[in-house]
Design a protein around this ligand. Sequence first.
Ligand code: GRF
Length: 190
Amino acid sequence: MNIVILISGYGSNMKAIIEYIKTNKLPINIKAVISNNPNAHGLTTANQLGINTFTVDCSQLDFSDSLLEVVTPLKPDWIILAGFMRIIPAKFISFYQNKILNIHPSLLPKYPGLNTHKKALANKDCKHGCTIHLVNEQLDAGPIIAQSTCIIEETDTEESLKTKVQKLEHKLYPKTIASLLTSNNLAPTY
Ligand code: GRF
């Protein structure tokens, strides 16, 4: 199995995925980490972990061709979005139908889009979490593959919820990728 990981920023999920694949010696080749942001901290981390990196200009509304130019020669079986902050255009999705995975910091279908922690607090929700889903042409609305949940305490703030949810993400995403992409029976614990 070949994968590429797309990031825009810090890359903590990317790091968790790479480390999990290496530690468990999974039969998954991380062909590259690709970022739309040349200053993404995750690019440095990926290089330190021995993974090839690329930067792609995704400033056009439809950046499919620029992304395909870098991605196609890598022959990925799956595209893993890990904090990639641009909406994937339809043409690119059509090349990798049902092969693009995303992680979103809410219990979808609640709170697609941005500011999910703020919205959960404003609605006085008792629980929150993260969702892994396939990417389709609607924002954060593709079929749900896995979710992980945490309790919202009265004392929680946007920052504390972000920390709680990221902790869940770093466990759920690598395990979900492992169980989805390999016959290795490392079933995710939701
Ligand atoms: C994560 O919270 C993820 O849910 C969202 O963007 C954030 C990326 O964080 N899509 P990082 O770059 O993996 O640290």
